[in-house]
Design a protein around this ligand. Structure first.
Ligand SMILES: [Zn+2]
Length: 174
């Protein structure tokens, strides 16, 4: 089982735009397996983390892996096709920030995402609240966008220790 190193902010690969997946054959397998194993390993070690995007482990392909309590899937070539006007506040962080820095940003309350699964089958699914912000975060990675880019208020940034003391709301993990 291969656990890949998660690239950290500063690594230029995290700023690249990932490529659309057109080949659903064996060539895609290492990306899928490494994403699943790396996320599972991170969850086992830290007890947190619900998603990871392929560029975070150095594959510039439009693939995201989600492992959340009510939804576990690969999303290949995901695209946000609808988003609510309503925004909400989120304290966000990232594996690529080692979960050490948190930023207070706005995300759309609801989104609809069209995507393919690992076999190329098409799906469309609506996400709300915590899942909506998670998907927006992971999909941004495919375009080289990091959560820190969305910071608009200079009071909306905190190191983990300060965030735990001041801002943490029960139930909100990474
Ligand atoms: Zn991230």
């Amino acid at each position: 089982m291969v656990i890949r190193q998660v690239l950290l902010v500063g690594n230029p690969l995290l700023r690249e735009k990932s490529e659309t997946v057109t080949d659903f054959g064996p060539g895609l397998q290492p990306t899928l397996e490494d994403l699943r194993n790396t996320l599972t390993n991170h969850q086992n070690i830290t007890g947190s983390g619900r998603g990871i995007a392929a560029p975070q482990i150095g594959y510039l392909k439009r693939v995201v892996r989600i492992q959340a309590p009510d939804f576990t899937s690969f999303l290949v070539n995901p695209e946000i096709v609808e988003k609510s006007d309503e925004l909400f506040d989120v304290w966000d962080s990232c594996f690529s920030l080692k979960g050490a820095v948190f930023v207070n940003i706005k995300r759309h309350r609801k989104i609809r995402v069209d995507y393919q699964d690992e076999n190329g089958e098409k799906h469309s699914r609506e996400f709300a609240d915590g899942m909506s912000e998670l998907l927006q975060h992971e999909l941004d990675h495919l375009d080289g966008v990091l959560c820190t880019d969305l910071l608009t208020d200079n009071k909306g940034i905190a190191m983990r220790e300060e965030w735990m003391k001041r801002f943490r709301t029960p139930g909100i993990g990474m």
